[in-house]
Every structure is written in C-alpha cells, then in structure tokens.
Design a protein around this ligand. Structure first.
Ligand SMILES: Cc1cc2nc3c(=O)[nH]c(=O)nc-3n(C[C@H](O)[C@H](O)[C@H](O)COP(=O)(O)O)c2cc1C
Length: 202
C-alpha cells in the first residue's frame, strides 16, 4: 500500500474481530517498524508494553470505559515513556556514531535534560506520539486497522502493568482487523484555520 493511501485510510476503529490473530512475526515486524521512529537525541524513550494475556486485557478494559478494542484487537500496545532515559547510559545510543559526533552528543544530552522535568516529559511524550503513528500507519500498510486510545484510567492501568515510577503512560494502540466501518470523518478543519504562514496574526 502506498504511504499516502495508508495515511488517508487509517481510522480509529472501534470494533475488532476477536478471532483474528497476528502471527508472532507480524507482531515483531510492527514493533520493529515502530522502533525506526525518530526520537530526540536518539534516546528511544519509548517502552512498548504488549499485553497479550486475556485476563490482563479484561482488567484494562474494566478501567477503560469498557471499550471493546481493549480485549478484541489482536494486539494491544501500551506506549510508555521512560522519563529518565536521558541519564541511563545514553552513550549506548550513540555507540556507532563517528567519534566526534558521539563526543558532542553525549554531554549535550546531559546538559539538555538535567534538572528539567518538563523537558524530560515533553520529549519522551513527543517520541511516543511519533512511534504510535508509525505503528498505526505500518499496521494500515499491512492491511490492518488500529485505534489510538487514552480513554482509560491512567493510574489504574499503571498499576496493572506495574509501571516503574520513572515511566509514564502516553497512550495505547489497539491493532487488528475491523468488523465494522467507522462513521465518516466527523469534521476536518480547513487549512485556512490550521495552517499559519510565518506567524500568528496579532
Ligand atoms: C491521543 C488519542 C486518544 C484517543 N483515545 C480514544 C479512545 O480512547 N477511544 C476511541 O475510540 N478513540 C480514541 N481516539 C480516536 C479519536 O477519537 C479519533 O482519532 C478522532 O475522532 C479522528 O478520527 P479518525 O482517527 O478515525 O480519523 C483517540 C485519539 C488520540 C489521538
């Protein structure tokens, strides 16, 4: 599928076929594609919690407004941000760079993030958002459907997945085969409202 078609045909699907299962290799391919996403300073702050245990899916659905996607999609991936990835041996993600690049980037990471909790969180969340879109477009390119989701109790889900204290949930993505079409796009804003040339008007 051409990438433009994947972008234009992706919808936030509400009903998935519970009988449809992605193979292990398809799941691995999707995760590998998501991991090609760009991240600030190449920190790869995302952690992908793949929930394949049925009881855990049920527990999450119970704190997610009973949304059917949670249990019925073939894959449920909770995108989590590791807020402290900047200080966890960041040198390893520059190990294969030319020496001069690595010697510049590693101290720059420390200077950029240290004592800046808002920056630590913002950057990790940006990276999760981009990875989530990569995941959904990759799924569409494989003929699959998806739904991004944040309609759930974040604290309750954090407990269920034993989220470490220095991580935060960004959102989750359900992936599988749809059983029902979504309603037509409910209302796209026009470019005249969304696109700003150079600066906002005073
Ligand atoms: C961060 C985020 C959270 C969302 N949470 C939910 C959700 O919990 N349940 C749901 O059915 N759709 C959810 N959506 C889907 C949006 O409602 C949907 O993307 C929007 O209405 C546009 O529709 P489309 O994606 O089909 O074009 C979410 C989307 C985003 C980006």
């Amino acid at each position: 599928m051409h990438i433009f078609d994947a972008i234009r045909s992706r919808r936030a699907v509400k009903y998935f076929d519970p009988e449809f299962k992605l193979s292990e290799s398809e799941q691995t391919e999707l995760l590998d594609l998501a991991m090609q996403s760009p991240t600030a300073f190449n920190l790869q702050h995302w952690r992908f919690v793949v929930v394949d245990d049925a009881a855990t899916r049920q527990a999450i659905r119970a704190v997610a407004w009973d949304q059917a996607q949670v249990t019925d999609a073939s894959m449920l991936i909770i995108l989590c941000a590791d807020l402290n990835s900047w200080e966890k041996n960041a040198a390893r993600v520059w190990a294969n760079a030319p020496d001069a690049v690595r010697e510049m980037m590693v101290p720059a990471i420390d200077a950029y993030y240290r004592d800046k909790p808002q920056t630590q969180r913002d950057e990790a969340m940006r990276s999760c958002g981009i990875a989530g879109q990569t995941l959904m477009l990759s799924a569409r390119a494989m003929g699959l459907d998806s739904c991004p989701m944040d309609g759930f109790d974040f604290e309750a889900v954090a407990k269920i997945i034993q989220l470490p204290a220095d991580h935060e949930i960004a959102f989750m993505v359900a992936i599988g085969k749809k059983t029902r079409d979504v309603w037509p796009k409910p209302g796209q804003l026009g470019m005249q409202e969304v696109v700003i040339r150079n600066r906002f008007p005073k």
